[in-house]
Design a protein around this ligand. Structure first.
Ligand code: ADP
Length: 151
């Protein structure tokens, strides 16, 4: 059976850290669906969602095993819909771990047999977070060192 994983996140913006997780994840999974979650009521994005889809697709245009979608529902329901039995997530530090731990348990409760697979961040990207990239972008700093595409 084809191994399909969702890689869920806000990706505001998608960074080199995310790209690294996806490339490495492809050694494990036949297909990775990068799933950009959005909730208009919750928070306003800094990076337009359609632009982000296009940039991520361009960054992975060499790999037909990578898809990009957006969603506004529970991640576990989305996984069910796509027959994805795996969630892919990156782990940078203990803060990520604390959060991911309970999310993973809730998700496998909602959709039985949904396994969350964690990849430890590559050290060269460990310091990159979307929130910091967003922050420096707002103040006019060039962010090209942190993203795997040209804006
Ligand atoms: P969320 O809003 O769900 O936290 P993010 O877009 O911030 O989503 O991140 C999506 C996933 O990518 C998370 O699992 C996060 O831990 C992981 N991630 C973010 N930055 C990095 C990085 N630099 N290296 C490895 N994984 C990362």
């Amino acid at each position: 059976m084809k191994k399909i994983a969702l890689f869920p996140g806000s990706f505001d913006p998608f960074t080199k850290g995310h790209a690294d997780v996806v490339r490495r994840g492809r050694k494990i999974f036949d297909e990775i669906i990068i799933s950009i979650g959005f909730n208009q009521n919750k928070h306003k994005r800094e990076f337009d969602i359609d632009l982000m889809i296009q940039k991520i697709e361009d960054a992975f245009s060499d790999d037909p095993g990578i898809k990009v979608i957006t969603y506004n529902e529970l991640t576990a329901h989305l996984a069910q819909k796509y027959k994805a039995h795996f969630l892919l997530r990156g782990l940078r530090n203990t803060t990520d771990f604390e959060y991911e731990n309970s999310i993973a348990q809730i998700n496998s409760h909602i959709f039985e047999n949904l396994e969350t697979v964690f990849l430890i961040t590559s050290p060269e990207y460990a310091y990159i977070s979307s929130s910091i990239v967003r922050e420096i972008y707002k103040y006019g700093q060039n962010i090209e060192d942190f993203i795997p595409y040209k804006l």
